[in-house]
Write a protein that binds this ligand. Sequence first.
Ligand SMILES: C[S@@+](CC[C@H](N)C(=O)[O-])C[C@H]1O[C@@H](n2cnc3c(N)ncnc32)[C@H](O)[C@@H]1O
Length: 242
Amino acid sequence: MDFAKFDQRHYPTVPVREGYGEWARTYEDTVLDLMDLRLLGRLRSVEWPRAANAIDLACGTGRIGVWLRKSGVTNLHGVDFTQAMLEGARGKGVYQRLTLADITATGLGGGSCDLATMVLADEHLADLRPVYREAARLLAPGRRFVLVGYHPFFLMMVGMPTHFDRAPGEPVAIESHVHLTSDHVAAGLGAGLRLAEMVEGLVDDDWIAAKPKWAAQRDRPVSFAMVWAKDQAAASVSTSRA
Ligand SMILES: C[S@@+](CC[C@H](N)C(=O)[O-])C[C@H]1O[C@@H](n2cnc3c(N)ncnc32)[C@H](O)[C@@H]1O
């Protein structure tokens, strides 16, 4: 769904690559680890140190790569289509390899990754199906695809798109879409993956301490993480809330 239906901010909107090209320099000053790293830390179905060979789709400036390396992942390949974001990742020194490519069609060889991650990028894809198919193609059998995104409830209720300040008081939105949880489930199952785990993060004291204006959003879901498995086993789903 196009985000415009839910937009309550009406900022000028730019295409994804253009937006991140401009935002790259200050991106890490804005994004809070509460959104994604805290959820990654709650996942129980991923043995991070077992992932010798991981691919970080939409790696951006490498925040997730730093977390993955600290969590025991040894060999990391980052993919992103915004050069300036990829340069940030290069500066982190945690990726063995970086590729400038579209995550929906990386052009990389398939079947060999122990782990694929994609964090805070699904809202920029008009259609989820190609990236799920690409992640499934890249993974070795028995391995996991971990996806973290803004919660669709949050995007719909709060009506705030992914945005940055071009200059003080000059907010710019980056082209966004809203995907229901059922869109993710359909895309993942359609790619032959099995949903192994899902967790949701709510606006809590930590969030309100960081963003006092969000007190009105207390207890509402703000982000989610899903773990998809590439195997032939029957589906079994566990869910939990913060
Ligand atoms: C919000 S940032 C997330 C970066 C990083 N994963 C993190 O959590 O900090 C979104 C990233 O997705 C990338 N991106 C969005 N759509 C993409 C696509 N189709 N192919 C490759 N990269 C994409 C952007 O260039 C940007 O670096």
